[in-house]
Design a protein around this ligand. Sequence first.
Ligand code: OAD
Length: 232
Amino acid sequence: MSKPKLAILSGAGISAESGIPTFRDANGLWEGHDVMEVASPQGWQSNPELVLEFYNQRRKAALSAVPNKGHEILAELEQWYDVTVITQNVDNLHEKAGSSKVLHLHGELFKSRSTVDDSLVYQISGWELNLGDHCEKGSQLRPNIVWFGEEVPMMDDAIRICRAAEIFIVVGTSLVVYPAAGLLDTIRPEVPKYIIDPNMPSISPMPNLFLINKVGSIGLTEVKERLTRPIK
Ligand code: OAD
């Protein structure tokens, strides 16, 4: 028998307990950086060195980060469910925890991409990507991150996964960045939707919505309990 389809939408909050700061909380990553300077095509055009350095620092921090209980629970749920994690995070903590199906909506910190051919994507070993690092066609490499104002290439896949979901969990996202935030509206009404966040984003009322005002590790422990309880 095939396992029920469980889709997860995760954001920066799930990695907070691994020591990676979120974007919009106090001391968030954007602090001290104008978003458009470090995460937009215009920023890249005007100061590529600053952009590379910004992501080098993120990569350095992510290299030593380890998955927390929240990431681990999502991986464990594969024993019972056909789990797909749609993450807005660019770290690789879901993979490190053992999740087998992870879709990175906003790109991946440990990959670089050619600036002349989007299909040329490379693994970054270590933490540095510098000016002068070139793709095989001789052009500068950029971080493989979806910046503000850029298309989200994985969005169609994400919508397809969400429409097919039989259970949906949202964890650690402020749901302010679109199109990712709109995925919640693609979930079918009869599907149970669990939202886990210690600082609950405002969400329009919808059927079968369960708001869990807790950090990822604790909220997910509770949801796992519910989802794996034997049926009497
Ligand atoms: P945000 O920083 O906007 O939101 C993080 C959310 O996590 C907030 O709602 C927090 O309350 C919550 N949170 C904090 N600690 C938590 C914990 N321990 N457990 C669970 N939740 C916790 O981050 P995102 O919603 O992921 O895009 O931001 C979305 C996108 O905005 C990012 O992917 C990034 C940024 O611009 C790009 O880089 C393209």
